[in-house]
Design a protein around this ligand. Structure first.
Ligand code: ATP
Length: 632
């Protein structure tokens, strides 16, 4: 593991963009990147953004006012000849300076307060937009590495960059207003001095940008390293991995790996700090020299009567704040550019995903699907996962009739889960068609079929919700009465377990939260079944729903399924349990993605083909699946 590299994420392709970005390139791209931030502001926090901009203009006006107030003050001071008795005449001008300074601080504080109102709103907006897309995107996109990578990038960096970009865009506009006001005020008394102010700030700005650039490039270089550390440290503190780590005494080995990685990361960070310190030093020396030149120019201007002493002193006050703002602007541009790239990436991902989802919906006409269905038929269905070469299903013809339990059996990888997912409306077939009676489902959105189906997936989710909600989310649109929830729990034989929890059905099923509880593997499986029973859909697609159940519960669940079938529901049951399969009305055998046998247990046993061989193998096994339950 130590030597293995994780896949380098695609977003590292931005490295070169950022590393090689000159100021001119940034200046060219910035309007486009900040445009994205404005789009977010428009739809979330327009009022606060306008308040910030208004306050920033006010702050610019205060800089000019400061110059005037400081000049008045220094003029009065010079006029007083620094005689103590005359100083009283200086007091009003000093009060003026104090008032402008106070107002300036107040406006600064208000600006920060308004800016801080924006970030959380924007982040929430971006996050909800992303999650809205990830939960609605067609499932096949999750099988496309390129899309998945873009999604991780948008989630990991895009969402958190959104508030940063908005904040930095506002910070930049504020800094530019201050710089313009300061340089304008200085230019009013001496244009040459204004040019000098700008030039003398360059070394500091250069050092700030280079330092940020260094940190960024180093962070990118160590991304893979840090991801490996996260993966490992997550496992070292993970509840599920904890028993295995202890039982197999993996502690020292795993800690050794983490130490190796963190040492490399630390070395890189120390090197960056060293180079940053050097750059800061060079910048400060050059900046100090430039400042000396500036002061010298001021002295010369005063000496040659090109500038009054009062104006020169006032200019000094304003120059300080102008230079500070210029340095801030340089840093802000850097951060804005970097995060702007992530945000642009986020928007690109969102619009591509929206287009893909729209294409999927557009292909389909909104023809209403009859509620009930006598036969769901698959006709010549083939399917290949995105990015795979070999098809997982080949030319499958199959009918699922109302009131029938069909067991789907076959070796590992024969295509059972894939077929179940197609029947559940999660994928469209690559070729062939699905018919809901005489409605071709290819003409409908996939969601039309999902509405009529319930799926218990092989790796069903253990929702960190209360026991009650774990069942009720089976159909969120229905009002979850106690009666309905408990009935579903009883059908899945999980009611006694849930009732005996500390807070009964209100117990949170996650040990990651205080007072939370956990269930055994089989109990979680019963809960997943309860959710399916609660959903009460026309067609139940169950992918190995009893793999973790004890034989008595398995038998009970099968009786429930039979009762559902008697009420006109259809059941597609993916199973490795020959006992369950034998009890189904019909058995379908898949092999290498092809349907090779189909019929009731007795007929298939008589045929002596693949199914009979599987039953024979199970009979010879010690997994307890030798006994074949009574057939319907
Ligand atoms: N998301 C995926 N992307 C690419 N190939 C996949 C994907 N899921 C499954 N496959 C491939 O499709 C084939 C059928 O897989 P499927 O999961 O349908 O088999 P299965 O019969 O349910 O197996 P098992 O009994 O082990 O659950 C396998 O070759 C598998 O490698």
């Amino acid at each position: 593991m130590a030597g293995a590299e994780l896949v380098v994420p695609a977003w590292r392709s931005l490295d070169d963009d950022v590393r090689s970005a000159s100021f001119w390139r940034m200046a060219r791209d910035l309007p486009r990147l900040t445009g994205h931030a404005l789009a977010l502001v428009r739809t979330t926090s327009r009022r606060w953004a306008l308040a910030v901009l208004g306050l920033q203009l006010l702050s610019g006006a205060l800089v000019v006012l400061m110059m005037a107030a400081a000049r008045e003050f220094f003029s009065a001071l010079v006029a007083s000849g620094l005689v103590v008795g005359n100083l009283v005449h200086v007091a009003p001008t000093l009060v003026g300076v104090g008032l402008v300074m106070g107002a300036s601080k107040l406006v600064g504080a208000l600006t920060s307060a308004c800016r801080s109102r924006l970030g959380p709103r924007i982040e929430q907006r971006a996050e909800l937009r992303l999650l809205g897309l990830t939960t609605r995107a067609p499932l096949e996109l999750f099988d496309e590495p390129r899309w998945f990578d873009a999604m991780s990038r948008a989630r990991d960096r895009g969402v958190s960059s959104a508030p940063v970009v908005v904040d930095q865009a506002l910070a930049l506009s504020g800094a530019l207003v201050t710089v313009t006001a300061a340089v304008g005020a200085v230019a009013f008394v001496s244009p040459a001095l204004a040019v000098l102010v700008l030039v003398s700030s360059l070394p500091g700005a250069w050092a700030a940008v280079r330092s940020a650039q260094l940190a960024y490039v180093s962070r990118r270089r160590t991304t893979t390293l840090r991801r490996r550390k996260w993966v490992l440290s997550d496992l070292l503190a993970n509840r599920r991995a904890a028993p295995e780590i202890r039982a197999n005494q993996l502690q020292d080995h795993l800690l050794g790996l983490v130490e190796e990685i963190t040492t490399r990361d630390m070395g890189e960070r120390l090197e960056v700090s060293r180079r940053q310190a050097l750059q800061r030093f060079v910048g400060q020396v050059a900046g100090g020299a430039a400042l000396c030149v500036l002061y010298l120019a001021l002295v010369l201007l005063v000496r040659h009567d090109a500038l009054s002493l009062a104006s020169a002193s006032a200019a000094l006050v304003v120059i300080r704040s102008g230079r500070r703002s210029l340095n801030r602007a340089a840093l802000t541009v850097r951060t804005l550019y970097e995060h702007g790239l992530y945000l642009a990436d986020f928007f690109r991902f969102c619009s591509e995903t929206e287009n893909r989802a729209r294409e999927e919906e557009d292909e389909a006409e909104p023809v209403p699907l009859p509620h009930d269905c006598a036969t769901l038929a698959l006709k010549g269905v083939s399917f290949t996962y995105p990015g795979s070469e070999a098809p997982s299903l080949r030319d499958v013809d199959l009918e699922l009739r109302r009131g029938e339990i069909v067991a789907l059996v076959g070796d590992n990888g024969s295509g059972k889960t894939t077929l179940a997912k197609l029947v559940a409306g999660l994928y469209r077939p690559g070729s062939g068609a699905l018919h809901w009676d005489d409605v071709d489902l290819g003409t409908l959105p996939l969601s039309a079929l999902s509405e009529r189906v319930t799926l218990v997936a092989q790796d069903h989710t253990r929702w960190p919700l209360t026991a009650r909600d774990n069942i009720a989310i089976g159909r969120p649109s229905r009002e979850a009465t106690d009666e309905l929830v408990v009935r579903a729990a009883r059908q899945a034989r999980v009611d006694p377990v849930l009732s005996s929890l500390r807070h009964g059905y209100a117990t949170l099923l996650s040990r990651q939260f205080t007072d939370g509880a956990d269930l055994s593997g089989g109990q979680w499986q019963r809960l997943a079944l309860a959710r399916a029973f609660y959903r009460d859909a026309h067609l139940l697609v169950l992918d190995e729903p009893t793999a973790s159940l004890d034989p008595r519960t398995e038998r009970h669940v099968f009786e429930e399924l039979r009762a559902l079938a008697a009420r006109g529901r259809s059941v597609l049951l993916v199973t490795h349990s020959m006992r369950m399969a034998a009890s189904a009305h019909r058995i379908v055998v898949l092999d290498g993605g092809r349907l090779i046998e189909e019929g009731p247990h007795d007929a298939l046993m008589e045929k002596g083909g693949k199914y009979a061989a599987m039953v024979g193998a199970a009979a010879g096994s010690s997994d307890g699946s030798t006994a074949v339950a009574p057939r319907p």
